[in-house]
Every structure is written in C-alpha cells, then in structure tokens.
Design a protein around this ligand. Structure first.
Ligand code: GLN
Length: 409
C-alpha cells in the first residue's frame, strides 16, 4: 500500500473508535481536491521510518540568540496584548527600512506595510482581499501548494505556465497566450520553491511589460530573497511602473531560521493594501505581539548577519549538490532558496512518489515529490526536491546513506 496519500485521507477519531462507525470526512467544496499537505505527510513519514528529513524546508538548527532574546524581553516587558491590526509600529518601520535598503523604494510604513501571520497569511490576505470569484490568476508551475488552495478558496480560476528543466526558464510566449481579459493577477515566486530558480532581469522585464500592457497585478512571494547565491535578487516592485500594481510578500522565517514564528508581511501601494488589510482583519486580525517586536530587532541585523547566513548556506549547498551528483542523480542548477531539484530516473522508479517512498523505506532519506506542485502531476513525475537547510552532519549522513543504498538501474 502506498504510504504517500494520493487519495483523500481518512482519519479515525476517538469517538469513531468507541462507536465503531466510520464517518465520511467533511470538507467544503472549495477544498475538496486538496490532500494533507505533502510537507506534513513527508515529515510524518520521516518520523515513522527514522529517516533523515531533507523534505520539509525547516532548519534543524536554531535561530540567532539576539532575536530570541528580543522576544523574551518583549514578553517580560508586557508586550503581550493584541497588536495593532496591520502591525506593531516599530516593525512596520523596520520592514520599510529593510525594503528601502534592498530595493531603493521608500514605502510608507503606516499605509503600505501590513504584518501578517507568516507569508502564507500574506498570500491568503492578498488573494482573498483582491481577487473576485471568476477572476483568472496565472501561476508558474511547479508552484508552492498554498497558492492553488488559496485561489480555490477565493473562487479564482487558476491558469498555469510551466517552467521546464533544465533551466526552468519563463516561456514568455506561453505567458502572453495565457493572459486573457479576465486575468487579474500573475503570482511569481523568486527565488523559486521548489526549483531554486531565480527570475532573470530579462524575464522580470518581460513579465512586467505584459502586466502593464494588460493591466494585470503581480503578487510576488520573495521569502527566499536573502538566500540568493548565484545572482542578485530582483524585486518586481522595483521595476519601472510596477510598484503601483505589485504586492510584495516576505517573512522572517527563512532569513532568521525561525520558521515556527510565523511572522510575515505584505508591501503594496495604499489602494492594494486596503484589500489586503480588509482580508487580514478577518483572517487573523493581528499577529503575535512579542514576536513582532523581536522581528523588528531581527530586521535591523548588521550586514554581517546576512553575509554569514549566505556563507553557511553555500557550504551546505555544496555538500548536498556534490553528494547528490556523486550518488548519480542529475542535479538541476539552483541559484537561490535552500532547495535543489533532481531527476531521479537513473534509479529506475516509475515516478516521483514511488521514488520518494523507496527513498524513505529502503534508504532512510526523505525528499519531496514534485508532482504535487503542478496542475498536471505528470509534469513533475521525474523530479524530486531536496533541502539543504540542515546541519552539515545531517547532510553528510543523508548523502552517505544514499551512496550506500541507492543503485542506478
Ligand atoms: N515552505 C516550506 C517548504 O516548502 C515548508 C512548507 C510547509 O511546511 N507548509 O518545504
């Protein structure tokens, strides 16, 4: 039996087991087609099989002391009641300062910055606050799973343009043909999860002019912007004419190795911020107060913090990439994020799910099958994603297991 669910999951609750009457699971139509997220499934399997988890993207090391201390201090200082809905003033200011440093754009922290519960909530608030049922939104596949689920909750029509290996370049002509009079927004993610691709300046310019020409918005998920290794990160909002039609989303989690804190934000001109804030007000109302204070301290970290983060990750990336190549995978180039995508077909398994199951059960390593990131799962059947946001010993141990137990067919 398959351990990775491709059907709707069934769960038995305590009362079920007492009454012995299995009840059909209930879910609203807007979420019917979605399963337990692949990240949850794979992390559960990692625990069950004692496998090394290079699947879900969370560091197995802790965030910096100065940020943790700032959170403890904020709690002790009594910063514990509801925060202002759109963010603690100190954090809105720190986000605006950071954005100015990164992009050169001066934004108004009071009118153009909204603090959310992680980038996932920024995505939800943006989509639910700005997209009407029947609006079309274009995604680039493979795409992060929450985009499609949230678009479905908003009643949007999802259209997809596929980025293909080896370079995952943007097929500009396909994007042009995908745009229709009903297209309201294009959602981009650079550096890109799962491929590690970074959108080039040419691609960004081409997307920008298509969006301006057709009066389309851009929602941009930039949570991996500080993990840009092979080229400089470019923010869509910084391109000429784009700020007024762009919502830029980011978060604390990846940059500060604190994925459990769930502090994110959306930056947009006031007319778009209005929609984002209206949705945010009724999704979560406000975000954890002491963690917002601590995030304001984090974002003012000296440049040396960001340089060291990048240096550490480049070492980890080299261990994983060289290891995967030595094992016999075809490894696709990754310019940013803490992910790499490989072609698993040299090992003779029929698809990505079968390969990941084999890898967990027989080798003791967890990766993420990528077919779940496509509207058409077939497109991802040869590809799996590994993360290198783990300490060097863990990465080396995973490579060792694969070298010993994975055989090319
Ligand atoms: N963003 C992380 C990843 O892609 C984790 C996502 C999650 O667990 N929902 O692995």
């Amino acid at each position: 039996m398959s351990t990775v669910s491709t059907e709707k999951d069934t769960v038995s609750t305590l009362s079920d087991s007492i009454q012995k009457t299995p009840r059909p699971l209930q879910v609203a139509k807007r979420l019917e087609k979605f399963k337990t997220t692949i990240f949850t499934q794979m992390s559960n399997l990692a625990i069950k099989h004692g496998a090394i988890n290079l699947g879900q993207g969370f560091p197995n090391f802790d965030g910096p002391e100065f940020v943790k201390e700032a959170a403890i201090q904020a709690i002790k200082d009594g910063k514990n009641q509801y925060a202002r809905g759109y963010g603690v003033q100190e954090l809105n200011n720190a986000i605006a300062e950071r954005f100015k440093k990164d992009t050169g754009l001066a934004v108004d922290p009071e009118k153009e910055v909204t603090v959310t519960s992680g980038c996932t909530e920024a995505i939800a608030a943006t989509i639910l606050g700005l997209i009407n049922p029947g609006d079309e939104v274009i995604l680039f596949a493979p795409f992060y799973d929450s985009y499609e689920a949230t678009l479905s909750m908003a009643g949007a029509n999802v259209k997809c343009v596929t980025l293909r290996p080896p370079n995952f370049a943007v097929p500009i002509n396909e994007l042009k043909s995908a745009i229709s009079k009903n297209t309201r927004a294009v959602l981009i993610n650079t550096p890109h999860n799962p491929t590690g691709k970074m959108f080039t300046r040419e691609e960004m310019n081409a997307i920008a002019s298509i969006c301006i020409e057709n009066d389309v918005l851009v929602f941009t998920d930039e949570v991996y912007d500080k993990l840009a290794f092979e080229m400089d990160h470019i923010s869509m909002a910084s391109l000429p004419g784009m700020f007024e039609r762009t919502v830029t989303m980011n978060s604390l989690g990846k940059t500060f190795s604190l994925t459990g804190w769930k502090i994110g934000w959306a930056i947009a001109p006031p007319h778009l911020t209005w929609g984002v804030r209206q949705a945010h007000a009724f999704l979560t109302f406000a975000t954890s107060t002491p963690m917002q204070w601590a995030t304001s301290v984090a974002l003012r970290a000296p440049d040396s913090y960001y340089e060291e983060l990048k240096r550490d990750y480049m070492k980890k990336k080299a261990i994983l990439v060289e290891g995967l190549e030595a094992v016999g995978f075809k490894v696709f180039p990754s310019s940013g994020t803490y992910f790499v995508v490989v072609d698993h077909t040299p090992f003779g398994l029929e698809n990505d799910i079968a390969f990941c199951e084999y890898l967990i059960e027989k080798v003791g390593v967890v990766a993420i099958p990528t077919s779940v990131f496509y509207l058409n799962p077939e497109d991802g059947k040869n590809l799996v994603r590994f993360t290198f946001c783990k300490d060097e010993e863990t990465l080396k141990a995973a490579v060792k297991r694969m070298k010993e137990k994975l055989m090319r067919k």
